[in-house]
Design a protein around this ligand. Structure first.
Ligand code: SF4
Length: 372
């Protein structure tokens, strides 16, 4: 979800990946938003009680600790949905979760990343966010950042003013000495509501915090066929250029560049399958019923194998190697490093047939990363 998360920092070597990790909890469920590419069902979004209670959260932390050895940096994701509109006792749950993580996992720096769509009354959500941040700090000493999911289909001035008001309110109350006082924006992209890339990037000009692009064609209702994947790939390329021009901290840029560097150095991984396996080493998911399993940190967002059509936890690079477009692609290793095998698998399992062009939309991103 965020580039505060750094599994692919600097050289992206196996050792660097091992030092930064992510633990995601599918805790929330509730949200009154309507993103086209939402992974929650309508019934799940209508809930006003979270998926997981404190007993499940505590047990999951203990199980996750066995999969996550010492990290230099640990991002603890609390999602998915709008955590800021749950009932008030969710603050106790989140503070409890933070203190259990602090007690049971070993890391040098940890950040709790709490998801919100900001759909609802803004003042109430700012108040709740302040409450969560204060309680988490008090019980665990962890910093909190909010992961604001942006619906790019919404273009009204009122919507964008609301987003900016939230970010400003949060940043102002944090210490100016904080290493990263800003929050995290996640663009929840859908193929049939792509915003004009330049105008969209200008909406975010001046944001000094990560802007992450999340999209997997195979789970996007707006994808009507392989042409749509191609079209989104071209949107990525345009948005990449605008992000560079405006100095945005955009995940398309940072993660593609890191993957290119990592693939050139080999990152200590000798085969493409080793690279694909390493994508799952740094991320653990606790799903909506409390099951704990490895997920995948990809260039286009975190993937929970229980929610995505990955055909089980193990992702093989073999189908990519049989695909004509991938075999001829100069970015094959960088793509696999960046979770491309996972994205390829999810798209191939969800859609009919195959495509003669890039099946993830990532090739145009790597072409830009090669230039800038
Ligand atoms: S960028 Fe596209 S074409 Fe290249 S290896 Fe990845 S999925 Fe295949």
């Amino acid at each position: 979800m965020s580039s505060l998360r750094m599994p692919w920092t600097t050289t992206g070597t196996a050792s660097m990946q091992a030092e930064s990790r992510i633990l995601n909890f599918d805790y929330c469920g509730n949200c009154h938003g309507k993103c086209r590419a939402c992974l929650l069902s309508e019934e799940e979004r209508k809930r006003d009680v979270p998926f997981l209670n404190q007993k499940q959260l505590g047990a999951a932390v203990t199980a996750a600790a066995r999969l996550l050895p010492r990290s230099e940096f640990l991002a603890i994701g609390v999602g998915r949905g709008n955590t800021l509109t749950l009932r008030e006792n969710s603050v106790d749950d989140i503070a409890f979760l933070a203190s259990r993580v602090r007690d049971e996992l070993t890391f040098d720096r940890g950040i709790l990343e709490v998801s919100t769509s900001l759909v609802g009354r803004l003042e109430d959500q700012i108040e709740r966010a302040n409450e969560i941040e204060a309680r988490v700090e008090e019980t665990s000493g962890l910093e909190t950042r909010f992961v604001v999911v942006i619906n790019p289909a919404l273009s009204s001035e009122g919507y964008w003013r609301l987003l900016c008001d939230f970010f400003e309110a949060m940043e102002q109350r944090r210490s100016p000495h904080s290493e990263a006082p800003g929050d995290i924006a996640v663009v929840n992209l859908s193929a049939d509501t792509l915003p004009e890339p330049s105008a969209f990037a200008h909406r975010m000009a001046g944001w000094h915090f990560p802007v992450n692009v999340a999209w997997v064609g195979g789970v996007d209702e707006g994808v009507a066929g392989w042409n749509a994947i191609d079209q989104v790939g071209r949107w990525f390329a345009d948005f990449y250029e605008e992000s560079v021009r405006l100095g945005l901290d955009c995940s398309l840029v940072s993660r593609a560049q890191n993957a290119l560097v990592a693939s050139e150095s080999g990152g200590g991984l000798s085969t493409l399958q080793d690279m694909a396996d390493a994508v799952s080493e740094s991320l653990v998911f606790v799903d909506h019923v409390g099951r704990v399993h490895r997920g995948a940190f990809t260039l286009l967002g975190d993937m929970d194998p229980m929610r995505f059509p990955l055909g089980g936890k193990e992702v093989s690079v073999a189908p990519m190697l049989r695909n004509r477009s991938c075999r001829a692609c100069p970015y094959l290793a960088a793509c696999v490093h960046a979770g491309g095998a996972h994205l390829f698998t999810a798209n191939a399992l969800a859609m009919e047939g195959s495509s003669p062009v890039c099946m993830t939309g990532l090739k145009p991103v790597f072409e830009k990363a090669d230039l800038y």
